[in-house]
Design a binder for this molecule. Sequence first.
Ligand code: PMP
Length: 378
Amino acid sequence: MDRIRDPRAELEELVPYDAKDIRAEVMLASNEHPSNLPGEVIDWLAERLDRFSFNRYPDPLASDLRTLIAEANGLEPANVLIGNGGDEIIFDILLAWGGPGRKMLDMPPTFAMYAIDAQATGTEVVSIPRLADFSADADAVIERVSRGDIDVVMVANPNNPTGNLVSETLLIDILNATDALVLVDEAYFEFSRHTMRPHMERHPNLVILRTFSKAFSLAGMRVGCLLGHEDVVRELTKVRQPYSVNAFSQWVASKVFRERVVFQQGIRDLMRTRDTLLHGLAQMDGVEVFPSEANFVMFRVEQASALWRDLLHGHSVLIRDFTRTPGLEDCLRVTVGSDEEVDRFLVATREVLSARRESQLLTNGAASRASGEKEVGD
Ligand code: PMP
């Protein structure tokens, strides 16, 4: 045969998640932690590495880590599922609660993986776009879930990439209005400190997502977790890959979680740097900056894609371009990096924008001189 049979028709429209591997000196595109693991954690791991069983399959449900996370959240291990990053858990939720003939409620602009995974699993996406200030359209959401045909609701809280929280009242109203599985994605919980954990007992359909990729410097290890009712966790174990979280990641994440107090100072430092970043952007002419409860900041500026390119090619600063996302025209998102990285970003942005203004002045000047000459000639 000289051809390949077509895959499922749904995939034709599907654009893969934009995970381009662009390298730059200053990497502020993926909401990662700017620092590697603390030296003492790396030393501890290094001292024990020769006794690590690379030859054995991992513990399928990551019992050690699962128990630690359960204890820290006042839950039983049966209420916790560990995944290969939060991404895997989102996919598993759509495998189990989505699928052909089923519906997911999404509130764009938001984390792109919800809609991508919905499409990949044949789940219908019901979109209730956010309002102009990026708050959720509470009335429309409640009206829509109250019709009773939604199977799963995705709420990123804080939202990525806009950085804002949904009100707790709205989340409770949603939970009261539907028996759909409601995923409150708290990937940035360590920065926002807002959680729906206290509402889990009253609402068995509430599930919470957390990740080790942000505040705990472990994006490369791919570890996330879900907190939820044991019946939900049991259903998810039916669709998940049994060994999806490798043994090394489980080992590292367990150590990091045991040492989590060590990360608190780093989180506080990042929040201070976020203020510097917000303030620096707010002072630039032509920049509209949005408040953030997470480790990133979104801002709007004219010709944003050109700024994105100039930052990368002229200054080796990589941020994220959202200008092609509906509702985020002219918006860019920058991660809160180290003080030095944020400083380099601010200096570079100021430079690009002021060079742009100068060239506009020159063009305008030349244009008005040209039209002036013309008038005289006329
Ligand atoms: N949810 C949200 C809102 C995110 O921003 C991210 C990371 N970009 C994730 C989930 C997934 O994170 P990870 O797979 O690294 O745990």
